[in-house]
Design a protein around this ligand. Structure first.
Ligand code: UN1
Length: 514
């Protein structure tokens, strides 16, 4: 424990030194070389808790860099796909060791660049490391099946082949875990990768590439291109050499990625938004539910596609539950995530903050009742960051935008219901279907909720957020298209099945089989 505290302390001191010495000079990573982008356009990432601090600086990539990265990946591909999968897995395992060693230091960088509080950043580091570790092991298990043939002395089996060069396009809200849970299966399956992170978190993306470089990944197998989506996004989705795209982000872009890939016969998996309901039933352990709602709605400043944004309360417990909820929300200290007394960090940037405030305005106008929060926080040091109060609305109706649309901020709306059917239909009355939660002590009610809720994931007596490496992650309806992520499904997305018919009779076939 003492060593851990020391490491965090060291990382914090490093952060302070970096704040004095100036921003990190970041480079693109193409064909195993660290290069400036060709766009001539400067990108900076700033600390959303204090925008006077620039975290990283780079010259953005343009189309020519994206094309170079694709070329480098194509060149590296044959040797990488010929590398036995267990050996590929061992390179990943080395990356796991490096990431474990650097966990605390990278968590501090994450807090400074993305804004989430340090315990959340450490949690994200751990989750990403577990995912990498799980996929590293898959190098030993990347098998197909054998099946009995209709014919004698015939061997029927399948193998999993890599797809080729793939693009990985990731959002800012999980700048470590999401890239890692896409890159790891892509690599272990034998693909070469072009990784394009969100422009707000380049410093974390560079660290990811450095970890794989240090782990001994051959040059060109992983390429990092950073720049505006409009400059490089289309190439990474439309170039005929890109055989698959794994995307996490907005619905608008996800649908476009899916359509463009579909049109040219490339694979795509798109993980998009959520508007996740948490149902608290009259018989629930209310303390447990309270903790789950607070974590789900206000954890990561609500900037999580799995965040709880709709609280569906049984009317019998609604009043006391809301009273306690407000009392707990009032206790959440908002501020710089490196301060250990802080419970909620800033919005990631000015535009997200404005979106949050706009939605709050619309909700008020549409008749939702503001119970707590709703304002930007600008007192003292807070004026240097993008801080907003955790916000709670009551009397939220299914017709309102705050009920239907993803805010991606710390804004929770309450809807009251009287029956199980009402709870299910309220839960399902949106276009999203990522995750959901129900708090109850009634096993039958919980399992009926599992049966009927339209969501890719259901939590019983736990918050809507999170996932585990060994089970699939993803949603239905507007929340996701393509294969699920994580687990075997996440690995299989990056492979092509090959069915092999091996006749070892050495004679002409006698059978009429066709
Ligand atoms: C989580 O809740 O731990 O962008 C993961 C997102 C999701 C990941 C959430 N793709 O928020």
């Amino acid at each position: 424990m003492a060593t851990l505290t020391k490491t965090v302390q060291k990382a914090k001191t490093a952060a302070k030194t970096q704040a004095k010495t100036g921003p990190l000079e970041l480079k693109q990573y193409i064909g195993g070389r660290w290069l400036d982008g060709s766009s001539g356009k400067e990108f900076v990432s700033t600390n959303p808790a204090d925008i006077r601090q620039t975290i990283g600086r780079l010259t953005g990539a343009d189309k020519s860099d994206a094309l170079k990265a694709i070329q480098a990946a194509e060149k590296a591909l044959p040797a990488w796909r010929a590398t036995p999968a267990p050996v590929r897995g061992r390179i990943l395992a080395r990356a796991v060791e490096i990431a474990r060693r650097r966990r605390d230091e990278l968590a501090v960088l994450m807090t400074r660049e993305e804004g989430k509080i340090l315990p959340e950043a450490k949690g994200e580091m751990d989750k990403g490391i577990t995912l990498m570790d799980w996929f590293a092991g898959e190098g030993l298990r990347l098998g197909g099946l054998t099946a009995p043939s209709e014919l004698p002395q015939n061997l029927l089996y399948t193998v999993r082949a890599p797809l080729g060069v793939v693009s990985i396009i990731t959002p800012w809200n999980f700048p470590w875990a999401i890239p890692v849970w896409k890159i790891s299966p892509a690599l272990v399956a034998g693909n070469a990768v072009i990784f394009k992170p969100a422009s707000l978190v380049p410093a974390m993306a560079v660290e990811i590439a450095r970890i794989f470089e240090e782990a001994g990944l051959p040059q060109g197998v992983l390429n990092l291109v950073m720049g505006s989506g409009s400059a490089i996004g289309d190439v990474l989705v439309e170039d005929p050499r890109i055989r698959a795209v794994s995307f996490t982000g907005s619905n608008e872009i996800g649908k476009r990625v899916h359509t463009l890939c579909g049109a040219r016969g490339a694979k795509a998996t798109c993980e998009m938004g959520g508007k996740n309901p948490c149902v608290v039933w009259e018989d629930a352990d209310l303390d447990l539910a309270l903790g789950g709602v607070l974590k789900g709605a206000f954890g990561s400043t609500g900037q999580r596609c799995t965040a709880t944004s709709r609280l569906i309360l049984h009317e019998k417990i609604a009043e006391p539950f809301i009273r306690t909820l407000i009392a707990e929300i009032k206790k959440i200290k908002v501020g710089d995530g490196l301060d250990s007394s802080v419970g909620m960090g800033p919005a990631v940037d000015g535009s997200q903050l404005q979106t949050d405030l706009d939605y709050i305005g619309v909700a008020k106008k549409e008749g939702a009742k503001l119970l707590w929060g709703g304002r930007r926080l600008e007192d003292g040091e807070l004026k240097h960051g993008y801080f907003i109060e955790p916000t709670l609305f009551d009397v939220v109706k299914p017709s309102m935008r705050i009920f239907k649309e993803e805010v991606f901020g710390p804004v929770l709306g309450v809807t009251r219901v009287r029956s199980f059917d009402e709870a299910v239909s309220a839960s399902n009355a949106v276009e999203f279907g990522l995750t959901s939660a129900v708090y109850t002590r009634d096993l039958s009610l919980a399992l009926r909720f599992v049966d009927w809720v339209e969501a890719g994931m259901v939590h019983v007596n736990s918050p809507t957020v999170g996932g585990e490496a060994q089970v699939p992650f993803g949603g239905v309806k507007g929340s996701g298209v393509g294969e699920r992520e994580m687990a075997k499904e996440g690995l299989h997305f990056f492979t092509e099945l090959k069915t092999v018919f091996l006749d070892y009779t050495g004679r002409r076939r006698q059978s009429n089989l066709y």
